[in-house]
Design a protein around this ligand. Structure first.
Ligand code: FVH
Length: 292
C-alpha cells in the first residue's frame, strides 16, 4: 500500500486484533506507519502492506510525534512505556480503561512531557475502516492534540471528542458497554426461558429484535426525566404495575427451571423504589437508587 507524504505519520504500539485492524486502516488511508508489538511476528502482515517495524517500543515512539497505544490493558501500557522517553510526544491511548485510570495515565503522560488523549473504541475489529458499519471512538483529554490530529484519528473510525477531562471517554465507553451487557443479560434470560419448549431460538429472535427496538424509546424518555426531575407526568407503564409483575416474571423463571439471578436484582430495586418513591413513577427513579 502506498503512503502519502501529506498524511500524518504515526506510530502504533500493539498489533492484537484491534491494533492490526487500526494499522491496516491507517495504511489504507496513506499514513506512513511505524509499528511495534511485543511478539514481533504479528507485525508481518502489516509490514507486507507498508508498515515499518521498530525493534523496540522506544524506537517506535522515537519515530513519530503521534503515538497510538492499543495494548491489552493499563498494566501492559505501564510495562511498555515506563522506560520510554515521551517528551514532545502526542500519546493517544485506546486501551479500555476506567475513568480514574485514564485520568491517572493522563497525569503520568503529562508529567513526562507528552500531550495525552484517551480513547474508548465503540467498534469491533471488522468495523474498523468501514464507515458504513458506523465505527467511532470517544476521545477526551488534550483538545489541542485532538484538533491537530483529528483527520489522522478519524481514518479508521469516526472521532468524537467528549471533553478535556481525560476520564470522560472511558465514562462514555463504559456507560454504553454497560447498557449493552444489560441487553445481553435480558436476551440470555429470554432464550433460557424458551429452551426446553417447542419454540426454536430462531423463532424467538425476530420477536426479541422488534420488541427491544420498540422499547428503545425508554433511553430518551429516561434522559428527559432525569434532566427535568419529573418522573411521573405522562407515565405509560408505572412502577406500581411493573413491580407487581415480579411474581409472574420470577414465577415463570421458576416454572421453566431457569435461574432468576439476572432478573431478580432489578426487581429488588423496583421494590425498594416503590417503598421510597411513588407507584406513579416510571423506572427513572432506579437510576437515583444505584448512586451510592
Ligand atoms: N477487540 C475488540 O473487540 C475490542 C473492541 C473495543 C476496544 N477493545 C480494546 O482494545 C484494546 C486492544 O484489544 P485487542 O482486541 O487488540 O486485544 P488482543 O488481540 O488481545 O491484543 C492485545 C495486545 O496487547 C499486547 N500485550 C498484552 N500484554 C502485553 C504486555 N504485558 N506487554 C506488551 N504488550 C502486551 C499483545 O501483544 P502480543 O501478545 O501480541 O505480544 C497484543 O498486541 C484492549 O484494551 C481492548 O479492551 C478491543
Amino acid at each position: 500500500m502506498s503512503t502519502n507524504t501529506s498524511k500524518t505519520p504515526l506510530t502504533l504500539l500493539g498489533l492484537g486484533a484491534m491494533g492490526a485492524a487500526l494499522g491496516r486502516a491507517w495504511l489504507a488511508a496513506g499514513h506512513p506507519l511505524t509499528v511495534w508489538n511485543r511478539t514481533a511476528s504479528r507485525a508481518e502482515a502489516l509490514v507486507s502492506e507498508g508498515a515499518v517495524l521498530a525493534a523496540s517500543a522506544a524506537e517506535a515512539v522515537a519515530a513519530n510525534r503521534l503515538v497510538v497505544v492499543c495494548l491489552l490493558d493499563d498494566a501492559s501500557v505501564e510495562k511498555t512505556l515506563s522506560e520510554v522517553d515521551l517528551r514532545g510526544k502526542d500519546v493517544v491511548n485506546l486501551v479500555t480503561s476506567t475513568p480514574a485510570r485514564a485520568r491517572a495515565r493522563a497525569a503520568w503522560a503529562e508529567r513526562r512531557g507528552a500531550r495525552y488523549l484517551d480513547g474508548g473504541i465503540m467498534a469491533v475489529p471488522p468495523m474498523i475502516g468501514v464507515p458504513a458499519a458506523g465505527p467511532y471512538v470517544f476521545y477526551s483529554g488534550s483538545r489541542s492534540l485532538f484538533d491537530e490530529h483529528r483527520s489522522a484519528l478519524a481514518a479508521p473510525a469516526d472521532a468524537r471528542y467528549v471533553g478535556e477531562d481525560a476520564g470522560h471517554a472511558a465514562v462514555h465507553d463504559v456507560a454504553l458497554l454497560s447498557a449493552m451487557y444489560g441487553m445481553f443479560a435480558g436476551l440470555t434470560h429470554a432464550y433460557a426461558l424458551v429452551r426446553g419448549e417447542d419454540i426454536a431460538p430462531t423463532e424467538l429472535a425476530p420477536l426479541l429484535t422488534t420488541w427491544l427496538g420498540a422499547m428503545a424509546g425508554a433511553v430518551t424518555t429516561t434522559a428527559q426525566r432525569l434532566e427535568s426531575g419529573d418522573y411521573t407526568t405522562g407515565v405509560v407503564s408505572n412502577l406500581g404495575m411493573q413491580a407487581a409483575g415480579r411474581a409472574t416474571l420470577l414465577g415463570t423463571a421458576e416454572e421453566q427451571g431457569v435461574s432468576a439471578e439476572l432478573l431478580a436484582p432489578f426487581f429488588r430495586l423496583m421494590e425498594q423504589r416503590l417503598q421510597e418513591g411513588s407507584a406513579e413513577e416510571d423506572l427513572t427513579g432506579l437510576v437515583d437508587l444505584l448512586r451510592r
